[in-house]
Ligand binder design. Structure first.
Ligand code: NAP
Length: 332
């Protein structure tokens, strides 16, 4: 039995159904079986981690549990030839942090098929400033750019100061798209303009409460991260043959629409699922995030915290109060 100890955030459920989050010592032997043991250098906080850390059974079925859907670090042990001890790797998605102990611990053990070599052009730290949110922004831009060129008109990005939104604004601006960023934060404009947004508007300007089937066309496409009325409004106000991506539900999981945007304007609604993204596309998107999509503002969009500071940030992300990305340094 491997009794080496490490620190991890452990979420526990009390007999009266209260969920607590405490940094505790764990042993390597507590980790599940797997081919690759990774010494985690950095993780990051995603919305899904906050759901896991607060007892959301759709994300995590059993507690005690260590969340963290993102991890980047150095391979400590490997049972397969193409992943070697000492390799720098990124592990995101699949079951990491959901029902498999995740990146909010100093070690993870995972199947080799979940492991992505750290792409050339990114440090471990930069890969986790991006993390699942940045990867999802990359997948969304990948989808959007197949249908809508920068000269077609403005692109709407919703939940723009969030993790996915911030990275999407940065990549789109870098590619020459005119970005209209939607934010509910009163102080969002300087932040989003620095990331490259052309215009910043409030949520009320993209919330149609009259259930009209179609609205005046205003955008060539949209990257939506919030769902609900804002996503429905984005679809109803996209120009003919435009494309709207959908990845999240922080506002609502409901989508109240008629078929008219699709049959009268040829709009495409593209679902984004980072968790089950096939490995060839996963590596392609990571390579672009490290290369021609690498945003200059990675330093500006993140705050770095220690494991012990996670609990407070988990509450803040659930309340939609965070801006950008929260990087977790596992060595602090
Ligand atoms: N499908 C996938 O593979 C995938 C992958 C990653 C994330 N996601 C999902 O994508 C969503 C965004 O993730 P994230 O990491 O960017 O989360 P995040 O950092 O918490 O950002 C979400 C942003 O949405 C806006 N927002 C919050 N509450 C809102 C509300 N009630 N109505 C309208 N806007 C609201 C806020 O931005 P403003 O204040 O600027 O408006 C907030 O910062 C989440 O639902 C997450 O679970 C899905």
């Amino acid at each position: 039995m491997d009794t080496r100890r490490f620190r991890a955030l452990v979420v526990e459920e009390s007999a009266d159904g209260i969920f607590t989050k405490t940094v505790k010592e764990r042993a390597i032997s507590d980790l599940p079986a797997g081919e690759v043991l990774v010494r985690v250098a950095y993780s990051s906080l995603n919305y899904k981690d906050a759901l896991s850390a607060t007892g959301n059974r759709a994300v995590t079925g059993a507690y005690p549990h260590t969340p963290g859907i993102d991890a980047a670090g150095i391979v400590a042990e490997s049972a397969v030839a193409d992943v070697r001890p000492g390799d720098s790797v990124v592990v995101t998605s699949y079951d990491l942090g959901m029902n498999t102990p995740g990146g909010f611990g100093q070690y993870i053990r995972v199947p080799a098929s979940w492991v992505v070599p750290l792409p050339a052009g990114l440090t471990l730290k930069e890969s986790m400033i991006l993390g699942t949110a940045g990867f999802t922004a990359g997948l969304s831009v990948h989808k959007l750019s197949t249908a809508v060129a920068p000269d077609r008109g403005a692109i709407l990005v919703t939940g723009a100061t969030g993790g996915v939104g911030s990275v999407a604004v940065g990549i789109l601006a870098r590619l020459g798209y005119a970005v209209v960023a939607v934010s509910g934060k009163a102080d969002a404009e300087p932040y989003l303009k620095k990331l490259g947004a052309r215009e910043v508007i409030g949520r009320d300007q993209v919330t149609d409460r009259y259930d009209r089937p179609l609205l005046k066309a205003r955008w060539a496409g949209a990257i939506d991260t919030v769902g609900g009325e804002i996503l429905a409004t984005a679809i109803k106000s996209t120009e003919p043959m435009g494309l709207v991506t959908c990845c999240g539900n922080v506002a609502s999981a409901e989508l109240n629409l008629t078929v008219y945007p699709f049959i009268l304007r040829g709009i495409t609604l593209a679902g984004i699922d980072s968790q089950n993204c096939p490995m060839h596309l996963r590596q392609k998107v990571w390579a672009r995030l490290a290369g021609d999509w690498k945003i200059a503002s990675l330093e500006e969009i993140h705050q770095e915290i220690a494991l012990a500071e996670l609990a407070g940030r988990i509450d803040a992300i659930l309340q939609g109060r965070l801006k950008g990305r929260t990087l977790v340094d596992l060595n602090r």
